[in-house]
Design a protein around this ligand. Structure first.
Ligand SMILES: Nc1ncnc2c1ncn2[C@@H]1O[C@H](COP(=O)(O)OP(=O)(O)OP(=O)(O)O)[C@@H](O)[C@H]1O
Length: 233
């Protein structure tokens, strides 16, 4: 297998409220390799979303080491984490998370607007139009998200996640708000992206979709304990 694009060791996450302390993750060790398609499953409350948030630098761990492409990121400030997140990670959520006030075109342009190195307008415009073309949505560029079907919104969310050519695509229940036909189409799109080289990590409750991955990780409350298909964590 190729080199790991991310590596976690002893990742722990504790949520503290006035009433209680919740150990969402205890000592997770995990490596994800370039070009892999990893799916994460497990019972409700076992820490899947917490793990995905830490993988995507939306949240920081309480303890442990986390490296993305060799850079330690577990102790970054929030603004440093945001910069790396914007350049290295793409997200696809169950609820699409598109901005209703912006057109489809402006939604997918967002990740390119916050780059440390600005991309010339002509170059980004060409890329955005090519991406819309690829998912058959060129004719909807000036529509608002709420003028699209659920399946179309998820296709736009996938484009938005990919325009910045992230090292890692994190996907949280991508078919949760779709009927089975649209769900299958979205999963086929993700499978194709992975075949084309995109590294994917997906949380899903659907065993059919989990089985499309090259590696299945099972979280058993409250930490990763077994990996039925391949190497142990
Ligand atoms: N912000 C928070 N504050 C306090 N506790 C939290 C917070 N976020 C998550 N938790 C707790 O951490 C644990 C793991 O939650 P998480 O959302 O990661 O589970 P999950 O496996 O994604 O669940 P589901 O499949 O139901 O979405 C749960 O016990 C949850 O109550």
């Amino acid at each position: 297998m190729s080199k790991p694009i991310l590596h976690m060791a002893g990742i722990t996450k504790v949520f503290n409220t006035e009433e209680m302390e919740t150990h969402a993750l205890r000592g997770v060790d995990l490596s994800i390799y370039l070009g892999e398609f990893v799916s994460i499953c497990g019972p409700s409350g076992c820490g899947k979303s917490t793990l995905l948030s830490i993988l995507g630098l939306l949240d920081l761990p309480t303890a442990g080491s986390y490296q993305i492409e060799g850079t330690e990121v577990a102790q970054l400030s929030l603004s440093e984490a945001a910069t790396i997140r914007n350049e290295k990670v793409g997200f696809i959520f169950q609820s699409f998370n598109l901005i209703d006030e912006l057109s489809v075109y402006d939604n997918i342009a967002l990740p390119l607007r916050y780059r440390r190195q600005p991309i010339p307008h002509a170059e980004s415009d060409k890329k955005l139009k090519e991406c819309l073309e690829k998912v058959g949505m060129s004719h909807r560029a000036s529509h608002k998200p709420n003028q699209l079907s659920g399946g179309q919104q998820q296709r736009i969310a996938i484009v938005r996640a990919l325009v910045g050519t992230p090292s890692l695509l994190l996907v949280d229940e991508p078919t949760g708000n779709l009927d089975s036909r649209n769900g299958d189409a979205v999963m086929e799109m993700l499978r194709q992206l992975n075949s084309d080289g995109t590294t994917l990590c997906m949380v899903t409750h659907d065993p059919r979709y989990a089985d499309m991955a090259s590696r299945l990780l099972h979280i058993s409350t409250p930490q990763l304990v077994k990996e039925p298909h391949e190497t142990a964590l």
